[in-house]
Design a binder for this molecule. Structure first.
Ligand SMILES: Nc1ncnc2c1ncn2[C@@H]1O[C@H](COP(=O)(O)OP(=O)(O)OP(=O)(O)O)[C@@H](O)[C@H]1O
Ligand SMILES: [Mg+2]
Length: 257
């Protein structure tokens, strides 16, 4: 604790800051004003520091809200990602991590065997997208199908798709573990079509996208994949499952005591 707490703001100032809805400025003001007085800051500087605090606080709150509403699965980020353990070439990882492809509304398809880091990599990218001030909407093919199915009941499919494609990056994780029917193919097609050349779409799958027509009705799958791959970075992961190697190395669980 600071042995000399900064004096509280006068009530009238607190009231006007509340009325103006400047909570972060209000929280920072006692310290900032005390320092400004002690160090004889220029008034311009005081004003700037206080407003910067408000901007910073709002940006953080927006990011926290977007992170929550994005529905990311496991909290995996680049900080727990080991670049050298991934079969994705390092330059490709670096290029994708710049997020330039998201600014250009290009797509990303990551395909490869189970446990090779597809979901982890895409989730790390998704967190980076949110950190960069953009929005993410995360689905599995199943949850996307369910969301579109619910919207179909009250005729709000178009509205739902519009809402989903407000995000700069839309992820459909795990396409093709199980054969999916007409509803899933339709939901996927609608999303790909709505996002086409406007938003970035990232998909992960054990299959290469050109094989999606083996698990979905062919006509819809072909039309979706055609749009998906038109401007897409296709990344192939390979190797054996990192889940399996962690498990066999005894790092899969914390030992019981
Ligand atoms: N390069 C890496 N650095 C750190 N951890 C990794 C890496 N690659 C994979 N992992 C870890 O290995 C596990 C499996 O990875 P992940 O879930 O991303 O695989 P996947 O390719 O999506 O598999 P599936 O096809 O079964 O969904 C996770 O715990 C993930 O954090
Ligand atoms: Mg996965």
């Amino acid at each position: 604790m600071n042995p000399h707490p900064a004096p509280a703001l006068p009530d009238e100032l607190t009231a006007v800051l509340k009325r103006m809805r400047l909570p972060y400025l209000r929280a920072a003001a006692p310290e900032v004003l005390a320092t400004a007085k002690a160090q004889r800051w220029d008034p311009t500087e005081v004003l700037k520091v206080l407003l910067d605090e408000e901007v910073r606080g709002r940006d953080e709150a927006t990011k926290a809200m977007r992170r929550k509403s994005a529905g990311l699965p496991a909290g995996k980020t680049f900080s727990s990602w080991r670049e050298e353990d991934s079969s994705i070439p390092a330059p490709t990882q670096a290029a994708l991590a710049t997020l330039e492809w998201v600014h250009r509304a290009e797509n990303l398809a990551v395909s490869g065997p189970s446990g090779t880091g597809k979901t982890h990599f895409v989730e790390a990218v998704a967190h980076a997208v949110i950190d960069a001030g953009m929005r993410v909407s995360w689905f599995t093919l199943e949850s996307l199908t369910a969301a579109v199915g619910r919207a179909a009941v009250d005729g709000s499919i178009a509205k739902t798709i519009t809402k989903i494609t407000r995000a700069e990056l839309i992820v459909v994780d795990d396409i093709g573990m199980l054969p999916s029917g007409q509803a899933a193919a339709e939901a996927f097609y609608r999303l790909v079509d709505a996002a086409y050349e406007r938003r970035s779409l990232a998909v992960t799958s054990n299959l290469h996208p050109s094989g999606f027509d083996t698990i979905m009705p062919k006509t819809l799958a072909t039309a979706a994949v055609d749009r998906l791959l038109h401007h897409a970075h296709v990344v192939l992961t390979e190797g054996t499952s990192l889940r399996l190697s962690e498990a066999t190395a005894g790092r899969g669980v914390v030992p019981l005591t």
